[in-house]
Design a protein around this ligand. Structure first.
Ligand SMILES: Nc1nc2c(c(=O)[nH]1)N[C@H]1C(S)=C(S)[C@@H](COP(=O)(O)OP(=O)(O)OC[C@H]3O[C@@H](n4cnc5c(=O)[nH]c(N)nc54)[C@H](O)[C@@H]3O)O[C@H]1N2
Ligand SMILES: Nc1nc2c(c(=O)[nH]1)N[C@H]1C(S)=C(S)[C@@H](COP(=O)(O)OP(=O)(O)OC[C@H]3O[C@@H](n4cnc5c(=O)[nH]c(N)nc54)[C@H](O)[C@@H]3O)O[C@H]1N2
Ligand code: SF4
Ligand SMILES: [Mo]
Length: 740
């Protein structure tokens, strides 16, 4: 009999950050379940957590670098892979300049401390303005609106679900997605508890989603109409004298400007556009204003549309004008133990944010938080001229499937002079690379969430050690990033990443701690990389021991020691205004001028007729964007890449349930299986994204058996929210035709 060991590991697959209990026997995972004692997730788990075993064991998961030689990938050593990059990239940069390079970082990097804390080093070393990420396919509108209002892009107002009496959800399906920009494992359990104490959950969605199905009320809305609904609700608050600012009354500027700008949006003027009656809009507003404690939460359905930033902003305008901002039971801000900018520096005031410091060369889109819209990438590669992108680095990113007009991007990638991918699969995007550098399996990595404690429903600090040892010779991803940074800086492929890290840490310590730098370096001796960064962040953070000046405070050792007992609970959310604000005025900026100005676009749009058939996206609990369709435990069961169509639309379009149909958007079209469903609002079709695993050259054997259709092959890469640069992924007009 071999001994069984038990390990506790935070799941890195989605934003819920569940604590898992993993049993290992003879180096193999034998079971994965929720960790009941976890202070944050209390045993909750979804099927993806269980799939970490399949991910670890997946024969298609890359364990060694690959180099493309004469058009075919061959296995290579790490030395060979770095040498190849060294041979190709520095000469290209010398000949064409820094902007001839581009870098794209994708979703999994938000879940890995090594990628998240070291990606910036590669981006800075490249020195290119061509930095792209999944943020502009996702939450950039929310980050921008929050940055403008509260002074930092990760200062996100979070529903205090444990104490609220009324939760209004727009464009989110947390029952399936497990929450986003809101880390809230077991949303269903928390929603039930809200209902059990007499509270109400109300959902606004063009589909009767899984979340809508358990809600007390659900209203269909025409896709892309949230800005109108929200503006009309704000209008109604003023018209019916329901505005109250509550505890933040002295800390808010711009109320009069907001009142002014929503004047055109009466419930009557927006009703048709929204597909919601004026009476219902008034009723919703009164309910929200009348609830003792209430919160409005909106997510990707409201971000990935033409008015993403305006909608995200109006959500928090509603929260503020109903007296729910920074109030228990309303929306509040997390106080994260490490890495949060809104706990650092001078409290209550700051530089605020700025955008447009540079622009995309071809499309002219403004930079936001150092990034350009990912939908600009293809044209930056295709368009000749100074600054044309010739070399690309992708990091945990699959834009051929995840970004609109993926086929165009795929063609563009083929024209690159050189491409490096840090990725664990040879997939739809990485097949275009010249070198692929794999990351370690999550079970071989230690884990601490950098971003999600800043978005959590409750404050906590949790650390997981690696479950399994790393394959000898395989660098951790932070080391690979440092090595790449060194190569593009001309330091050579031979450079010792660890020594480089020590030198950079010494510089950082000097900058951050001045006279105390040597003490900090001494105190962290023996640690390296992201673990050292974590020790510094925890000890100098709001609960930290201040390197001995606050005895009893948090240290890395203390957080590590809590691993088996489920981490350290740091309590429920607390009011934090004004201390957390980083705006130049030291106030909540309710009426940022750029947002007020953009409302003119919405006014002009009100009169436009809505298209009669539009498409939106969908998530399924057994998927995660584009990359988990190769795992047996998730891939089994009914086929999930189906187009849901309302029976009345199906009848008018002569579609057949279960049969294939062509879905077209101008010149672009895909073929997908139709499924009739009265979950859909008439005139709206829903198809999940992340599918289309039938592209030649990828190595995803299981996924290729049921490839599905790529929604993003249909969508337009020129449609963006102009403020945030976020792609429009929903509410796009389509036609449908039965295929016999
Ligand atoms: N139409 C439509 N398109 C969408 C969306 C939508 O709702 N509708 N959603 C958008 C959203 S919200 C997002 S976040 C994006 C996501 O889009 P991407 O950022 O492209 O992320 P994924 O599709 O999850 O692909 C992740 C990639 O990382 C690799 N990977 C996985 N784990 C690791 C690891 O540990 N290390 C490394 N180095 N690589 C790893 C995978 O193999 C894969 O190539 O998709 C967007 N695209
Ligand atoms: N199982 C699973 N979980 C995931 C992911 C996954 O792929 N699978 N992806 C993760 C990622 S990267 C993210 S960003 C999060 C996203 O998390 P969520 O924001 O909860 O994402 P969805 O489940 O796509 O829910 C979006 C909802 O918006 C609705 N919708 C579409 N258009 C509109 C509109 O115009 N207005 C309104 N009001 N609603 C609209 C859709 O019908 C859908 O129900 O999920 C994360 N969690
Ligand atoms: S909800 Fe599922 S995928 Fe998300 S963290 Fe929890 S177990 Fe992992
Ligand atoms: Mo996302």
């Amino acid at each position: 009999m071999t001994d069984t060991t038990t390990h506790h590991r935070i799941c890195p697959l989605c934003e819920a950050c569940c604590g898992l209990e993993i049993k290992v026997q003879a180096g193999k995972v034998i079971s994965i379940r929720g960790h009941e004692a976890d202070v944050f997730s209390a045993g909750y788990i979804c099927p993806k957590g269980v799939a970490l075993k399949d991910l670890h064991e997946d024969p298609d998961r890359l364990r060694t670098p690959l180099i493309k030689r004469d058009g075919a990938f061959v296995q290579a050593s790490w030395e060979e892979a770095f040498a190849e990059i060294q041979r190709r990239v520095p000469p290209l940069m010398a000949a064409h300049g820094r902007n001839a390079t581009a870098v794209v970082v994708g979703n999994p990097s938000a879940h890995k401390i090594g990628l998240l804390t070291y990606f910036g080093k590669l981006a800075r070393a490249l020195g290119t303005k061509n930095v792209f990420s999944a943020s502009t396919l996702d939450q950039m509108p929310k980050q921008l609106a929050s940055g403008l209002m509260f002074g930092h892009w990760l200062s996100i107002a979070l529903p205090d679900i444990a104490r609220t009496d009324y939760l209004l959800v727009l464009g989110a399906n947390p029952l399936v997605s497990n929450g986003s920009m809101w880390t809230v494992p077991d949303f269903k359990g928390k929603a039930r508890a809200l209902q059990a104490r007499g509270g109400r959950l109300v959902v606004i969605d063009p589909r009767r989603s899984e979340t809508a199905a358990v809600a007390d009320a659900h209203h269909f809305i025409r896709p892309n109409a949230d800005v109108f609904l929200l503006a009309a609700m704000v209008n109604t608050l003023f018209a019916e004298r329901l505005v109250k600012l509550g505890t933040v009354a002295d800390r808010v500027t711009g109320v009069a400007e907001v009142q002014q700008v929503v004047t055109p949006f009466t419930p009557e003027t927006v009703a048709v556009r929204c597909g919601i009656s004026a009476d219902t809009i008034r009723e919703l507003t009164r309910e929200l204003a009348g609830a003792r404690r209430a919160a409005v939460y909106a997510r990707i359905g409201t971000c990935t549309q033409e008015y993403g930033t305006l909608s995200s902003w109006l959500v928090d305008v509603l929260n503020t004008l109903t007296g729910n901002l920074d109030a228990p039971g309303g929306v509040m801000f997390a106080r994260s133990a490490a890495f949060a900018s809104n706990t650092a520096g001078k409290p209550g005031i700051g530089k605020g944010i700025s955008t447009g410091r540079h622009h995309a060369r071809v499309g002219g889109a403004p930079e936001v938080y150092g990034e350009l819209p990912i939908t600009c990438l293809a044209e930056e590669i295709e368009t000749p001229g100074e600054g044309q992108v010739r070399a690309l680095f992708t990091v945990a990113s699959n834009p051929v499937l995840s970004s609109p007009n993926g086929p165009r991007l795929a063609r563009a990638l083929d024209t690159l002079e050189f491409m490096v991918s840090m990725d664990i699969y040879l997939n739809e995007t990485t097949r275009h690379a010249d070198v692929i550098l794999p990351g370690v399996s999550p079970l071989e990595d230690f884990h601490y969430d950098v971003a999600f404690p800043q978005l959590s429903w409750r404050n906590h600090a949790r650390y997981s050690p690696p479950v399994l040892p790393v394959t000898p010779g395989q660098p951790e991803e932070w080391q690979t990033l440092l090595k790449l940074a060194a190569i593009v800086q001309g330091k050579g492929a031979e450079v010792d990443a660890s020594a480089l890290d020590d030198a950079q840490f010494a510089d950082d310590a000097q900058r951050l701690f001045g006279a105390y730098a040597d003490d900090v370096i001494d105190a962290t001796r023996g640690l390296k990389g992201p673990q050292r960064a974590l020790e510094v962040a925890l000890r100098s953070g709001p609960y930290g021991d201040g390197f001995g000046t606050k005895p009893g405070g948090l240290t890395l050792a203390k957080v590590m020691a809590s691993n088996t007992s489920g981490g350290i609970d740091l309590g429920e959310l607390q009011p934090r205004i004004p201390e957390m604000l980083r705006t130049p005025s030291g106030k909540v900026e309710l009426a940022p001028p750029s947002l007020l100005a953009d409302m003119a676009r919405a006014v002009a749009d009100l009169a436009k007729p809505a298209p009669d058939l539009v498409i939106i996206g969908r998530r399924d609990v057994r998927t995660n964007n584009s990359w988990m369709h190769n795992l047996p435990v998730l891939a089994k069961g009914p086929f999930r890449c189906t187009a849901l169509v309302h029976p009345t639309d199906a009848a008018r379009l002569h579609l057949v349930d279960g049969a294939m149909a062509r879905i077209a958007n101008g010149p672009r079209s895909i073929e997908a299986q139709v499924h009739f469903s009265d979950e859909m609002m008439p005139g709206v079709v829903s198809l999940p994204h992340g599918w289309g695993h039938d592209l030649p050259g990828a190595r995803l054997h299981l996924a290729a058996q049921r490839p599905g259709a790529n929604l993003n092959a249909l969508l337009d890469d020129q449609l963006r929210d102009p403020l945030s640069g976020n792609a429009v992924l929903g509410g796009v007009a389509i036609t449908m035709q039965a295929l016999s």
